[in-house]
Ligand binder design. Sequence first.
Ligand SMILES: Cc1cc2nc3c(=O)[nH]c(=O)nc-3n(C[C@H](O)[C@H](O)[C@H](O)COP(=O)(O)OP(=O)(O)OC[C@H]3O[C@@H](n4cnc5c(N)ncnc54)[C@H](O)[C@@H]3O)c2cc1C
Length: 334
Amino acid sequence: MSSEVTVVGAGIFGLACAWAMARRGARVRVLEAARIGAGSSGGNVGALSPHAPENWNEKKQVQLESLLAAEGFWGEVAAAGGVDSGYGRIGRLQPVAADGVAKAEARIAAAKAHWPEGFGMRLVDAPEGLEGLWLHDRLSARIAPRRALAALAAAIRAAGGVIKEGCGEVGPEGPTPPVVWATGAPGLAVLGAGGGVKGQSALLALPGASGPQLYTDGLHVVPHADGTVAIGSTSERAFSDGTATDAQLDALIERARAAVPALRDAPVADRWAGVRPRAASRAPLVGAWPGRPGHVIANGGFKIGFGMAPWVAAAVADLVLGGDNRIPAAWRVS
Ligand SMILES: Cc1cc2nc3c(=O)[nH]c(=O)nc-3n(C[C@H](O)[C@H](O)[C@H](O)COP(=O)(O)OP(=O)(O)OC[C@H]3O[C@@H](n4cnc5c(N)ncnc54)[C@H](O)[C@@H]3O)c2cc1C
């Protein structure tokens, strides 16, 4: 294809879409109002975790395909641009309540039915310092969000793409098509298709931290490769400053310290807040912008944008470069 594709927004969706098109030979330029990771993607958690495998549906199937594609996707990005994303398939542990064994066994059976061989769930003893039975899965992974964005930016540039930061807000009329709009929560507001849910998260310094991520008491506890452990996240519908951290984050950190003794004395290395793009349907919002030929939306990652990025990027590249549309009907823009 000879014409240039413009991507508006340099978060995980915009950069992943730009890379997916650049690796297929398209000329891409990314226009970002502020800077790479200025929106919801510039955080620090990076849990790539599957939906519960019971009550299987199309959304869970697509998420599974994206999580399975992630290892190859991030490996290729690192090879192309020379920057590692911090990706690692570290698995996940979740506590099983004393009266929850039958439910856990049903979940294990559902994972066996829907996940590929080798990625199942099983019951295991508590990790050191914790108690009871835990449910372990081998599908969950982690990524370092800011490193992932840097890795994508390097790969895009290595493929000849251009990323322009500090452009100011690109107006809704937009540049000449084809255009991919990956503008996060502000973009959903423009479409009248949703808005933002604020989240706060933190990194604690714990040199040598390793092992699976934990999901306990509603908290994500994610060990990263650089000796930090991420703690996420609050979920706030009402807020006045989407980037301010406050006492709600202090409370989250205290809950994590109480739940995981190894974190009790770990100093806080980073505090962060951002606004997740939440479509009215809660599902991703991806596809052609109705009535605007050549304009495509890639949005609505909500709480799983990093996990969904490999699949969404490939589907958007198919749509823009090949005209092929394999996006679930429920995700398309109406
Ligand atoms: C606290 C917290 C924890 C999270 N944890 C996880 C997790 O563990 N795992 C996971 O998968 N997901 C997680 N998420 C969700 C994930 O971060 C989001 O789904 C994802 O960042 C959405 O990416 P995006 O590219 O759609 O939006 P954004 O990252 O918000 O990017 C949109 C970009 O577009 C730019 N922009 C907007 N309007 C314009 C315009 N008109 N012109 C030019 N540029 C524009 C913005 O400046 C911004 O850089 C978390 C989110 C939060 C807040």
